[in-house]
Design a protein around this ligand. Structure first.
Ligand code: PMT
Length: 431
């Protein structure tokens, strides 16, 4: 609820994004149930997870559990649902999966699967996938301490390490078999972090709260009509995805879009500039970064009608200025003598680009303005791509045209760098 109105839900379409895909192999050990938590951690970082279960794993956990969690088909056999009626697509599915993944994670991995991988045995989907993929491979062992310490297991692990397979070392403690010792599956959070690191996704926003605004606002003319703009929300949603991947807690304040927000983001849906302002000002003090990608209407219709205006010749709208949310944040932060949160605005310009962006930077007391030339149809509004210049009081850093996700990652890089630079220059100032 914002401003007493129930936020409306809009039909959501999945936007094709550069989602990184992980194949999660689950093999047969009591720790198989922990793989469910690994799925959740990976999804919270915006990754797509396809689960592959060995026959033994299915003795411990039902495939339905992973299907429900991952939202993806769970692969449980080499040839589709039943070997009696092999499905031709499934006959080569291991190849298509092998080529589509960014990483193969096996957690838990049993001594049996380690041995198969080491010896190149391919007699089920998982072991075949291991041989078929060129993606990085990470294994998280879980087994009885004697099996873990057995020379055969040691030798097989050594073979895999030499091939570049990353091993997430098991912990020690009470084991399912009642013994005490090494062989406990590492914590799901640790396995997820190792996977992200393997994908080159630093968790440099872990512990940070990033508040992002996205999309347009709609200013009602009457119950049917509104003033809007061309923002699709893609830039803001890409920022949310990029921040989640890097470990941030993300609060996404979104105007009306057709996009599906990242599930791990805390999303707040608003319609008007006034509602967006309330949603942002209610949360600004808990944020460490605020990135205002939304195209917030500068005016609302003062004489909006509660009934649909009948068509009757010319219609006059009285437009009244909306509050400038970013400028309000700059003033609030200044008045509180704070340097946190980092305030990053976007400047949608069509001319005098740098001059206009710098003017907004100082007028709104922002730390940076992300300038984009919205007169170019191939970037900016509703495009999947953008080209921006990150303008600060001392710099103007060009981020050449790229996907909005890649541009978002660069904006986050610069936001972190800017905060570090500022902290180094004024270590004494409060947060
Ligand atoms: O959503 P997409 O289709 O992906 O398009 C992305 C985008 C073009 C919308 C995005 O890259 C962008 O430029 N967003 C800012 C659009 C905008 O309102 O720019 P502006 O120059 O009018 O506003 C400057 C800054 O002040 C912005 O951060 C804006 O959020 C903020 N603002 C503006 C008006 C207002 N009343 N309150 C504000 O806080």
């Amino acid at each position: 609820m914002v401003d007493g109105r129930v936020a409306r839900t809009w039909p959501r379409i999945k936007v094709t994004r550069e989602i990184m895909k992980i194949a999660l192999g689950v093999s047969g050990g009591i720790a198989a149930y922990k793989a469910a938590e690994i799925v959740r951690h990976l999804q919270e970082r915006g990754l797509q997870v396809q689960v592959i279960m060995t026959a033994a794993a299915q003795e411990f956990v039902r495939p339905l559990t992973f299907a429900a969690l991952s939202g993806e088909k769970v692969i449980t056999s080499m040839f589709g649902s039943s070997a009696e009626e092999p499905n031709l697509d499934s006959a080569v599915e291991h190849i298509s999966v092998a080529q589509s993944i960014d990483c193969l994670l096996v957690a838990p991995v049993t001594a049996d699967v380690i041995a198969k991988f080491a010896q190149g045995i391919a007699n089920d989907f998982l072991s075949t996938l291991y041989l078929a993929t060129s993606a990085p491979v990470i294994i998280a062992p879980a087994m009885n301490v004697n099996m873990w310490e057995h020379p055969a297991t040691r030798a097989n692990l050594e073979i895999l390490r030499r091939r570049g397979v990353q091993v997430v070392e098991p912990g020690s403690g009470y084991l399912a078999c009642g013994m005490v010792g090494a062989g406990r599956l590492a914590e799901p959070e640790q396995i997820a972090a190792a996977t992200l690191e393997c994908l080159g996704i630093a968790q440099d926003f872990a512990g940070e709260t990033v508040l992002i605004t996205a999309g347009p606002t709609h200013e009602p003319i009457d119950p049917v009509r509104y003033l809007g703009n061309r923002s699709s929300g893609k830039m803001g949603y890409a920022l949310a995805e990029a921040a989640l991947r890097r470990g941030a807690k993300v609060v996404l304040v979104s105007g009306p879009t057709a996009l599906q927000p990242p599930s791990a983001a805390h999303s707040i849906f608003v319609e008007t500039a006034h509602q967006m302002r309330s949603a942002v000002l209610d949360r600004w003090e808990q944020a460490s970064f605020i990135i205002m990608a939304a195209a917030v209407a500068d005016y609302h219709v003062k004489n909006f009608a509660s009934e649909k205006i009948k068509r009757n010749g010319p219609m006059e709208l009285q437009l009244e200025p909306n509050a400038d949310i970013l400028a309000d944040l700059g003033s609030l932060r200044h008045a509180a003598g704070r340097t946190s949160p980092m305030l990053i605005g976007f400047a949608a310009e069509t001319g005098n680009l740098l001059e206009n962006a710098r003017a907004k930077l100082s007028k709104k007391r922002a730390d940076a303005m992300v300038l984009n030339d919205v007169s170019r149809p191939e970037i900016g509004f509703n495009s999947d791509r953008n080209e921006v210049t990150i303008v600060t009081s001392s710099d103007a850093i060009l981020v050449p045209e790229a996907s909005k996700l890649k541009v978002a990652q660069r904006i986050l890089d610069e936001a972190l760098r800017l905060r570090q630079t500022r902290a180094a220059l004024s270590p004494s100032r409060s947060s």
